[in-house]
Design a protein around this ligand. Structure first.
Ligand code: TRP
Length: 336
C-alpha cells in the first residue's frame, strides 16, 4: 500500500511562484509515489477573512486551476474542499477535547498570524484560536502518514502529532502519527526581499501576464550597495539571483551570470531582463494548460465532486473507528 500524503492551501487568492517552488513542484513529483490528498482549506479562510466570504468560491476555482496547470493530476491525486467533508468538522469536535488552551496559546504560528492582522489575543475568535485543531482533523481524517509543509506549519503538525498520540493513548491504536516532510528548497522571497505574500503585494502569480512579470521583476530588490553596473555586486540576499537559482535550469549559465555580477561586468537591467524571459518561459506552458482546463465546462466541479466523495468515504471509515474506539457508536442502543 502506498503511504498517504495530505497537504493543502487556504483559498485566499491565486497561487504564486513561492507556492510553486516551496510546495507545488514537490506535490507533482510526489503524486506518483504516494496516495495524495490536497485540501482547499476554506474554513481556515474564515479565521481572518470573515468579511470577504464572497471571494472564497472564486478563489477555490482558481486554486484548482493552479493545481491542474502545474501538473497535479486528479486521476492520481484527490483534491477536495475542507467544509464539504463534514466528517472533518465532526472529528474536530472530538479532537478539541484532547488539547489544552495553554498549548494552543503557545502556538507561534497562530501568534504571528494574530500579530499580522493586528488583533489582540482576547479579541481573537474561538475558531481562529482553534484552527490548528481543525487542521489536525484535516490530516487525521484521511489517516495521512506524511504532511509536506513549510516551516511555518511545523507547530501545527507537532500539535497534530500530540493530539493523535493522546487519542491513541486513551482509546487504543487508531490514528497513524503523521510526520512533516519539509521541502528541499529555501523559501522564495517576495520581489522586495520580504516574505512572499498576497497581502504585501510582492508576489508573482502563476497567472500573471508577461507584462506583469516584467514590471514586477523591474521592481525586484538586488544589491543596494551597488550603484553602477561596473561595481562588484553581491548575490547573497539578492532577490533576482534567488529567483535565477530557482528557475534557471542551465546551471552553467547561472554560474556565469553570478560570476559576471560579482565581477561587475553585467548590470542589474541585464540580469532582470534575463530573469523576465526565464520566468515567462516557465509560465507560458502553465498558462496554456490553464486556458485549456478553463475552457472545459464543468471540469472543476467534476474534479471537486469526485475528490469530496473519495475523501468522505475515507472520513466515514475513520469516524467509524474513532467512534467505536471511544464507545460512542451506540450500536447496542440503536439496534445496529
Ligand atoms: N494552514 C495551511 C496554510 O495556511 C493550509 C492547510 C490547511 C494545511 N489544512 C492543512 C496544510 C493540513 C497541511 C495540512 O498553508
Amino acid at each position: 500500500m502506498k503511504q498517504r500524503i495530505l497537504t493543502g492551501d487556504r483559498p485566499t487568492g491565486p497561487l504564486h511562484l513561492g507556492h510553486y517552488v516551496g510546495s507545488l513542484a514537490n506535490r507533482v513529483r510526489l503524486q506518483d509515489e504516494y496516495d495524495c490528498y490536497f485540501i482547499i482549506a476554506d474554513f481556515q479562510v474564515l479565521t481572518d477573512h470573515l468579511k470577504d466570504t464572497t471571494k472564497i468560491s472564486e478563489n477555490i476555482r482558481q486554486i484548482v486551476l493552479d493545481y491542474l496547470s502545474v501538473g497535479i493530476d486528479p486521476e492520481k491525486s484527490t483534491i477536495f474542499v475542507q467544509s464539504m467533508v463534514p466528517e472533518i468538522a465532526e472529528l474536530t469536535m472530538y479532537l478539541s477535547m484532547l488539547v489544552s488552551i495553554g498549548k494552543l496559546k503557545r502556538n507561534p504560528t497562530v501568534k504571528e498570524e494574530l500579530a499580522a492582522v493586528g488583533i489582540k489575543e482576547n479579541e481573537m475568535s474561538y475558531g481562529f484560536f482553534g484552527y490548528p485543531v481543525s487542521q489536525a482533523a484535516d490530516i487525521l481524517i484521511v489517516r495521512a502518514n506524511l504532511v509536506p509543509v513549510g516551516e511555518d506549519q511545523l507547530p501545527h503538525l507537532e500539535q497534530t502529532r500530540e493530539i493523535a498520540k493522546k487519542f491513541n493513548h486513551l482509546f487504543g491504536n487508531v490514528l497513524p502519527i503523521p510526520e512533516a516532510k519539509l521541502g528541499e528548497f529555501p523559501r522564495l522571497p517576495g520581489i522586495e526581499g520580504q516574505k512572499m505574500s498576497k497581502s504585501r503585494g510582492n508576489a508573482i502569480y502563476l497567472s500573471d501576464s508577461p507584462e506583469e512579470v516584467a514590471q514586477k521583476v523591474k521592481r525586484a530588490y538586488t544589491d543596494p550597495m551597488r550603484l553602477k553596473a561596473t561595481d562588484p555586486g553581491h548575490i547573497e540576499g539578492n532577490v533576482v539571483f534567488a529567483y535565477l537559482d530557482a528557475f534557471l535550469k542551465d546551471r552553467a549559465e547561472l554560474k556565469d551570470l553570478q560570476n559576471r555580477y560579482r565581477a561587475g561586468t553585467i548590470g542589474d537591467v541585464a540580469v532582470k531582463e534575463r530573469l523576465t524571459v526565464i520566468l515567462n518561459e516557465f509560465l507560458a506552458p502553465i498558462q496554456e494548460r490553464r486556458r485549456e482546463f478553463e475552457a472545459k465546462p464543468g471540469l472543476i466541479g467534476d474534479i471537486l465532486n469526485a475528490g469530496i466523495k473519495r475523501t468522505r468515504e475515507e472520513g466515514k471509515a475513520t469516524m467509524a473507528v474513532v467512534r467505536e474506539a471511544m464507545q460512542m457508536d451506540y450500536k447496542k442502543i440503536l439496534n445496529k
